[in-house]
Design a protein around this ligand. Structure first.
Ligand SMILES: Cc1cc2nc3c(=O)[nH]c(=O)nc-3n(C[C@H](O)[C@H](O)[C@H](O)COP(=O)(O)O)c2cc1C
Length: 188
């Protein structure tokens, strides 16, 4: 295989998408779309995520130190794309009729239609010039009870169909192209 060298980039490295749920200072829920999310180990599994720039999700997390991460499925993609393309500073962002619940353990907003919701508590913040890395303890995982069935993992994944992103596009669980960032929200 012959290679070319590139500047820092992550094309062709698909990432799983999550909607982070936070409350603002007035207790109103906000959701934003994120893919720089992975796992850490410190005696038990934890989560790490990077949030760039300045955005309501970040200020809410810094203030409350808790948030939810809700797995994005093909069914949720139009809403998720919208949450990633519209700033929480837009007062109308959340007026799209989401089915929002609450965490079981932490006071965080969760998306009832997402099959996996992490309830996360921030333990460490690594602040760089234009981004912050958050290390989190997983205080609870809310999981669709049908995922405890005897089906194969492949059958369950095919059913919930998590979405991946790379090359500024979305791809379904079986790899099919679901459009560029900003496209799925047009179907709302
Ligand atoms: C596909 C996709 C993935 C994104 N991933 C991240 C991410 O990992 N980190 C980040 O800081 N912003 C990410 N964003 C941008 C945020 O979703 C965007 O800034 C959004 O407005 C945040 O919500 P808020 O304004 O309500 O805080 C992503 C956007 C899209 C469309």
């Amino acid at each position: 295989m012959s290679k070319i060298s590139l500047k820092p980039y992550n094309d062709f490295c698909p990432q799983t998408l999550f909607l982070y749920g936070t409350y603002d200072e007035d207790g109103n829920p906000d959701f934003g779309l994120f893919c720089w999310f992975s796992y850490i180990w410190d005696g038990e599994m934890g989560v790490m995520c990077c949030i760039g720039g300045d955005k309501p999700t970040k200020s809410n997390i810094k203030r409350c130190k808790i948030f939810s991460a809700n797995l994005v499925t093909e069914e949720l993609l139009p809403v998720a794309d919208y949450m990633g393309c519209v700033s929480g500073r837009n007062p109308d962002k959340m007026k799209i009729g989401l089915d929002i619940g609450k965490g079981e353990v932490l006071n965080v907003p969760v998306l009832n239609n997402s099959p996996v919701n992490f309830e996360l508590e921030v333990t460490d913040i690594i602040s760089k010039h234009d981004g912050d890395v958050f290390l989190c303890k997983i205080r609870n995982v809310l999981q669709d009870e049908s995922l405890s069935s005897d089906e194969t993992a492949y059958a369950k994944l095919s059913r919930i169909a998590p979405v991946k992103t790379t090359c500024k596009r979305y791809f379904g669980f079986d790899g099919h192209d679901m459009g560029a960032w900003g496209e799925p929200m047009k179907t709302l």
